[in-house]
Design a protein around this ligand. Structure first.
Ligand SMILES: [Zn+2]
Length: 189
C-alpha cells in the first residue's frame, strides 16, 4: 500500500467516523427509534440526512414524537444497534428501489411503443403495396418477383420484447423499400 492510498483510506475512515458521530448526536440512543413507514422521494439529492450528507430519499424515523430523516446509506448504521429498525428500513428501501425500477421499465416501454407506431404504419403500407403487386401479377398470370412473393406471403412475426420488435420492423421496412424501388411498385397510403 502506498502512502497516498493509506492517507486516503484514513481520510475515508475518519469521514465515516465523523458521520457516525453526527448520527449518534442527532438520535441519542439509536435503539429507541422506529420507522414511521413514510419515505419521501425528493427526486433530486436536496434533502439532508442526520449524518450530514445530501439525500434524495428521506426515510422518516421517530422516537417519542421526535422526527428525523435518514438516507439509504445510513440504514446500515442501525444494523447491530437496532435490528428491527434496520430490517424495516432495509425492506422499505428494497421496495422503493423495485418501484423505481418498475417505473423506469414502464417509461421505456411507452417510449418504445411511440417509436414503433410510425415504423409499423410504414411497414404495413409497404407490405400492402407489395401484396397488391403480387395479386395483380397473379391476375395477369405473370410470375411475381420472388422477394415480393415472399414478403406478401410471410406472416408478420410477434415479439415479447418491444426492442426486438422495433428492430425487426426497421430491418423489414428497409428491405421492403428496396424491393418496392427495384420493382417500381407504387406505394399509396
Ligand atoms: Zn446519512
Amino acid at each position: 500500500m502506498t502512502i497516498a492510498t493509506m492517507e486516503s483510506k484514513t481520510t475515508t475512515n475518519s469521514a465515516k467516523l465523523w458521520r457516525m458521530e453526527a448520527f449518534i448526536k442527532a438520535l441519542g440512543d439509536p435503539s429507541k427509534w422506529s420507522y414511521t413507514g413514510q419515505v419521501n422521494d425528493l427526486t433530486r439529492p436536496i434533502g439532508k440526512c442526520i449524518c450530514g450528507h445530501a439525500i434524495r430519499f428521506e426515510f422518516v424515523i421517530e422516537n417519542d414524537g421526535q422526527i428525523e430523516k435518514v438516507g439509504s446509506e445510513c440504514i446500515n448504521n442501525f444494523m447491530t444497534i437496532n435490528p428491527t429498525l434496520y430490517k424495516s428500513l432495509k425492506d422499505a428501501d428494497k421496495a422503493l428501489k423495485e418501484q423505481i425500477k418498475e417505473a423506469k421499465k414502464l417509461a421505456k416501454e411507452l417510449e418504445l411503443n411511440e417509436k414503433i407506431q410510425p415504423v409499423k404504419a410504414e411497414y404495413d403500407l409497404l407490405r400492402t403495396s407489395i401484396k397488391k403487386y403480387v395479386y395483380n401479377m397473379r391476375i395477369q398470370r405473370r410470375w411475381a418477383d420472388y422477394d415480393a412473393y415472399k414478403i406478401a406471403t410471410t406472416k408478420t412475426k410477434e415479439f415479447v420484447r418491444l426492442s426486438s420488435y422495433l428492430k425487426y420492423l426497421e430491418t423489414n421496412v428497409s428491405y421492403f423499400k428496396s424491393t418496392v424501388e427495384r420493382l417500381g411498385i407504387t406505394v399509396e397510403a
